[in-house]
Design a protein around this ligand. Structure first.
Ligand SMILES: *Cc1c(COP(=O)(O)O)cnc(C)c1O
Length: 235
């Protein structure tokens, strides 16, 4: 059985790195929350993270998250969908997750909205996933289509609460290029706030390999898997 006894120390080290990165650009580190990414780790990983103080858990697959939640009903954590969501999984996703951070098409937004409409007052906070890496394999709306998608979500999907943007940096070694992609997501957020006339406080960007750069560019949610839990072993 895998032990997760190092999660507390690993989280403390990540918090220190976040403080340093935030301090270097004059940001308040309290603006940055850690999303513990527990995909491919067993339920004990989620429990260890919660015991270390984690309050937000990110999972990539609906089925895997459902199974973990069933075993962890006593935990007081928010479950967030950070993987590509297929439309036929929307109903189960809404039963499993408190928020969906990977909305990247009007079809997906409309499906979420339609299911939410079945329940009076049901709402779901969402982020729009934007492809900031330019890599064709990545999901996310292209930056030039972010504003039209935002307008559609606001006008047609009244049950979705658009809170900000989500991005994955390019898988390269060039730190300047990674940082530039995070800066581009922040600028896009600022443009959308002006164009749509709404507040978009959340910027989910940064993973184990690049989160200090993301914090320097305004991230409010860093998604950390490997640096908290070690390599993914399968679940
Ligand atoms: C797996 C994953 C992460 C965590 O990646 P690490 O490199 O292990 O920190 C973050 N964001 C998304 C979207 C992921 O799929």
């Amino acid at each position: 059985m895998t032990s997760f006894e190092h999660v507390r120390d690993n989280l403390a080290a990540a918090m220190e790195a976040i403080e340093r990165a935030a301090g270097s650009v004059g940001r308040d580190p309290g603006e940055v929350r850690v999303v513990a990414v527990t995909k491919n780790h067993p339920p004990q990983a989620v429990r260890a993270a919660a015991q270390a103080g984690i309050r937000i858990v990110g999972e990539n697959r609906v089925q895997e998250a459902m199974e973990k939640r069933r075993e962890l009903q006593d935990l007081d954590v928010q479950w967030i969908m950070i993987g590509h969501l297929q439309r036929n999984k929307v109903r189960k996703a809404l039963e499993t997750f408190h928020q969906v951070h990977t909305v990247d098409s009007l079809e997906l937004a409309s499906s979420l909205n339609r299911v939410l409409m079945e329940t009076p007052d049901a709402r779901c906070p969402v982020l729009m996933e934007v492809n900031i890496s330019g890599e064709a394999s990545k999901h996310g709306v292209s930056p030039d289509l972010a504003q039209p998608l935002g307008e559609m979500i606001l006008s047609r999907c009244e049950r979705l609460e658009l809170r900000g943007l989500f991005g994955v940096g390019p898988l390269v070694d060039d730190q300047a290029r990674i940082r530039a992609s995070f800066a581009s997501l922040r600028r896009l957020r600022d443009q959308l706030e002006a164009a749509l006339g709404i507040h978009l406080p959340e910027l989910s960007m940064g993973m184990s390999s690049d989160y200090p750069l993301a914090v320097m560019e305004g991230s409010t949610m860093v998604r950390l898997g490997t640096c908290l839990f070690g390599p993914r072993r399968g679940f």
